[in-house]
Design a protein around this ligand. Structure first.
Ligand SMILES: Cc1cc2nc3c(=O)[nH]c(=O)nc-3n(C[C@H](O)[C@H](O)[C@H](O)COP(=O)(O)OP(=O)(O)OC[C@H]3O[C@@H](n4cnc5c(N)ncnc54)[C@H](O)[C@@H]3O)c2cc1C
Length: 302
């Protein structure tokens, strides 16, 4: 029989690591489990300049600061991939490939993954010109030419946002109309330095160390051309990493976990913190805030 912990935190991104910090301060008997290197999506960004008090750092440096902080409190992140969670009853069971944990509460902080296009050059240049987050990385393209790929609200919003700092924004969309809400579209069509290319798909992102351009194809005429850009912002949606609780807690139709302002899900004792839950802004600071709040709620539950 396993020891019954107060709390198991799954995922060591900003939400999970902040949860570990607060759980440690609250003297809870807990474990934090991460399937890869701690840090989450933050590791994928070269520059972070919007975390209060830290004017500019790299994702890796920030991750190391987070890790050092929790390690100093005696927290050790366990490197295991959680494969299954049983959440019926008062004691939850968490199975990894190498063991089983039992706990009174679980904070799921497994984050989200940006939907990728899968085109040539995308993986190689990720974080070196290929970005999935205009709010995070837009400022690095001041006065430069960029491309946005997508046709939904996020793509159109990103193009408008980027047009304020970039010289030119080319938005490409595979259809001849956007899915974005009309009000956003109207805004976009009024911006002079945004060019819209309809029926256009990205074929390849060009460059070795940095982006030099993007090869696109018109899916009607089959005309292929290269557009010189310094950055490519992919905005074709993201996916919550919520498979572990699929069908077990309430989610919206896209799988994002519905949690209240205390990060409580529809199942007592199960909390959702960070990018994986329904929210309007997915950033380090909002994920960290969730980490803190969820522990406060879990502590009360325990
Ligand atoms: C390229 C890029 C640049 C960004 N730049 C910025 C920026 O400049 N500023 C900013 O504020 N935000 C930025 N963001 C957004 C920010 O990174 C996220 O909002 C934040 O990381 C969310 O934290 P999280 O802890 O909720 O999830 P994540 O960071 O996604 O972490 C989740 C963790 O859970 C782990 N995990 C998943 N499944 C399992 C499992 N089954 N078992 C164990 N572990 C599991 C994952 O490996 C991961 O480490 C950026 C994102 C990207 C992709």
């Amino acid at each position: 029989m396993n020891e019954i912990l107060d709390l198991v935190i799954i995922g060591a991104g900003p939400a999970g690591m902040t949860a570990a910090l607060y759980a440690s301060r609250a003297m809870l008997n807990f474990a934090i489990i991460e399937k890869g290197f701690p840090g989450g999506q933050v590791i994928n960004t070269y520059e972070v300049d919007n975390y209060l008090g830290i004017k500019m750092t790299t994702g890796m440096e920030l991750t190391n600061m987070f890790l050092e902080h929790i390690n100093e409190l005696g927290v050790e992140v366990k490197t295991e991939d959680v494969e299954e969670i049983t959440i019926d009853g008062d004691i939850k069971t968490i199975k990894t490939y190498s063991g089983t944990y039992q706990a009174k509460t679980v904070i799921l902080a497994t984050g989200a993954s940006w939907r990728k296009l899968g085109v040539e050059g995308e993986a190689r240049l990720a974080g070196r010109g290929v970005s999935y987050c205009a709010t995070c990385d837009g400022a690095f393209y001041k006065g430069k030419d960029v491309m946005v790929v997508g046709g939904g609200d996020v793509a159109v919003e990103d193009a408008i946002y980027l047009s304020r700092m970039c010289k030119k924004v080319t938005i490409i969309h595979r259809r001849d109309e956007f899915r974005a809400v009309k009000v956003l579209q109207e805004k976009l069509f009024k911006v002079e330095n945004i060019e819209v290319l309809w029926f256009t798909e990205l074929e390849e992102i060009l460059g070795d160390e940095v982006i030099t351009g993007a090869r696109v194809i018109n899916n009607q005429t089959k005309e292929v051309k290269t557009i010189e850009v310094d950055g490519v912002f992919v905005a074709v949606g993201n996916i919550p990493n919520t498979g572990l609780l699929a069908g077990k807690v309430d989610t919206d139709s896209s799988g994002w976990i519905i949690a209240d302002e205390n990060c409580e899900t529809s199942v007592p004792g199960i909390f959702a913190a960070g990018d994986l839950r329904v929210k309007s802004l997915r950033q380090i600071v909002t994920a960290s805030a969730d980490g803190a709040i969820s522990v406060f709620a879990a502590e009360k539950y325990v």
